[in-house]
Design a protein around this ligand. Sequence first.
Ligand SMILES: Nc1ncnc2c1ncn2[C@@H]1O[C@H](COP(=O)(O)OP(=O)(O)OP(=O)(O)O)[C@@H](O)[C@H]1O
Ligand SMILES: [Mg+2]
Length: 225
Amino acid sequence: MIRLKDVTKEYGKGSSAVIGLDDISLDIMQGKFTIILGQSGCGKSTLMNLIGAIDNVTKGTIIIDDKDITKMSRDSLAEFRNKHIGFIFQAFHLEPAYSVIDNVCLPLIISNVRRGAREKRGEEVLEILGLKDKIRAKAGNLSGGQKQRVAIARALVHNPDIILADEPTGNLDSKNGLEVMSILKKIADDGKTVIMVTHNLEYAKLGDVVITLKDGRIDSIVNNL
Ligand SMILES: Nc1ncnc2c1ncn2[C@@H]1O[C@H](COP(=O)(O)OP(=O)(O)OP(=O)(O)O)[C@@H](O)[C@H]1O
Ligand SMILES: [Mg+2]
């Protein structure tokens, strides 16, 4: 369970401060597919970045698996992120000059996994994502759909229990978008907590829970379970 309690995020200080999230409390269920909707600027990415511990709250607490991540030191946070969180972004964020396998194995290098074990695990995930024949290809030479599947493989390679995907279908056509959706749904069906931001109401129907934000606050929560 991910529990946000009275979470506020302000960017900047004083009169020029911008509110990203405005005092929200929210529980996100473990092992389910949660979709975040809402207009541009409503705080979706802010929410993802706070849960993924790549940004700090201004006020409030975020409890993940009974640990308050807002109280952790920088080092413990980095370790926590490395162990528990996989990120997928709209713009893929791959290293275009690196091979597919090297991109996928990057999180394992950070965790000091040795080369043999790293590549074995990387190949395993790439096979699951239907990219076995692209292992040695340069990431920059792949199609958009393939790039996003590589990014999903990278997010899964260290076996995190939480996958955060911020508009992962935003740069994809509908065929590849749907494919990414079915992969994310399967990841949640396999027991991981998947949280995904989208603007696409059709994709949102696949979510177990759909949370709509408005002006930094929760507008509605629909439970499809
Ligand atoms: N680094 C930042 N510095 C200052 N303001 C920011 C920063 N990041 C976000 N904001 C502001 O916080 C609010 C929420 O932004 P956020 O990026 O979370 O929106 P979003 O819902 O993800 O929008 P989009 O759908 O366009 O991606 C906006 O008003 C935005 O301008
Ligand atoms: Mg955003």
